[in-house]
Write a protein that binds this ligand. Structure first.
Ligand SMILES: *Cc1c(COP(=O)(O)O)cnc(C)c1O
Length: 382
């Protein structure tokens, strides 16, 4: 069975299980800031904790936060749990990104921030985004924070300009399904030292140090992942996951999409182990992304005549966290490929405002359509 995603982890990462990894968090932050051309970077236990912490650190409260309807539900949860309210915007089906014209028409005096997700690695139009924010700031006379969600788009570029390199802050996440992994973990990058300092101070006073038991849990999780993605074992794991409940603790419990809820350790620091693995992965970043770009290009050539399939755009500067296709009958397609030994993903199976916990509204038509019709093809080295 070819898995829908597969982390590029090997002995270089594995050997850190046996080391103390002291000072690794600071080192990972330095390495990350350098790699993605930022003034500073601050590490967190999850991407969602990072986003939550930023909103708290700048004191944003009881504001509306403009964000896409079609993205990871935890982005909306982080907004809600920080004491603010998400304002959902529909997407464009051609690149799955938030429709910026709709975003602009939803800005009001209540708007405190805009979260721009570069979905599936497709860079948003940064020039349009920045222009829209400065128009709105002039009109309403208050600061509107620009938060770029780069979890799918490490190092993507908009007309040569690095995404995450502008605006106030950029968010990255490193769970095992991301482009590079640190087991779990998240990062914020900044272009302004004072803002980075403020966020780091907030983190240092509100997050507790990682316990020894957390490090042990992360070691076991890493081991489980390391072996689960072995070619021979993966099929068995998939079967267990689909037909029994024994793996729920490791897989499904982490993502409770329709509950506004964070994992219990979301305020416990990233571990040194995770940070060391993150630094190793960062060195592999360029080759990982090149390989994904090539795979996307190959799919594009091979699949272009497939009846009824809407292929994603091939864009300069995109990093392809996913190769996402809209198909006429998702279930049938997934079944067909499963029988051929290829697992397809169905990432983001919801439009967030359509979830019960966000009111169940159906008005974001393209987000709903994407949530019901997309599949993801494997882009990893195998
Ligand atoms: C993974 C992801 C996040 C959050 O990451 P966690 O580490 O799981 O909290 C946020 N936004 C997007 C688009 C993501 O893919």
């Amino acid at each position: 069975m070819t898995p829908r995603f597969k982390p590029s982890i090997g002995w270089d990462e594995f050997k850190h299980l046996f080391k103390r990894n002291k000072g690794a968090i600071t080192q990972f932050e330095k390495d990350f800031a350098k790699k993605f051309e930022s003034v500073d970077a601050v590490a967190f236990p999850y991407g969602r904790s990072a986003q939550w912490a930023f909103l708290k650190a700048v004191g944003l409260e009881k504001k509306e936060v403009i964000m896409p309807a079609y993205t990871c539900s935890v982005v909306a949860h982080a907004v809600s749990l920080s004491g603010n309210k998400p304002c959902f915007i529909d997407i464009d089906l051609n690149d799955f990104n938030m429709n910026l014209r709709q975003a602009e028409s939803n800005i009001s005096e209540k708007t405190g921030a805009i979260i721009a997700t570069h979905t599936f690695g497709y860079p948003q139009n940064l020039d349009a985004l920045e222009a829209m924010i400065s128009r709105a700031e002039k009109k309403y006379g208050n600061k509107i924070w620009l938060i770029q969600d780069c979890c799918h788009a490490f190092g993507a570029r908009w007309h040569g300009k690095l995404i995450g390199g502008s605006g106030d802050v950029a968010i990255y996440a490193f769970n095992i399904s991301k482009i590079i992994t640190s087991i779990f973990g998240g990062m914020l990058t900044f272009q302004n030292q004072e803002l980075a300092d403020r966020t780091r101070i907030f983190r240092n006073t509100h997050f507790k140090r990682a316990s020894a038991s957390k490090t042990l849990r992360r070691k076991l999780y890493f081991l489980a992942v390391y072996f689960a993605f072995n070619k021979r074992i993966y099929g068995i794991i998939k079967w267990l996951n689909e037909n029994t409940a024994i793996l729920n603790k490791l897989t499904k419990d982490y993502h409770l999409d329709d509950k506004v809820h964070f994992p219990p350790d979301y305020l416990e620091s990233i571990t040194d182990l995770e940070a060391s693995i993150g630094s190793v992965q960062l060195k592999k970043y360029d080759s990982i992304v090149d390989q994904r770009k090539n795979a996307a290009q190959r799919y594009d050539e091979t699949l272009k005549d497939k009846e009824g399939w809407h292929l994603p755009p091939i864009r300069d500067g995109a990093t392809y966290s996913h190769y996402t296709v809209r198909v006429p009958n998702r279930e049938k397609t997934i079944k067909k490929y499963k029988d051929l030994g290829i697992e397809l993903g169905e990432l983001i199976q919801y439009s967030i405002p359509n979830l019960d916990c966000y009111g169940g509204t159906k008005e974001h038509e393209s987000a709903l359509k994407a949530s019901k019709t997309t599949i993801n093809l494997p882009l990893h080295h195998e």
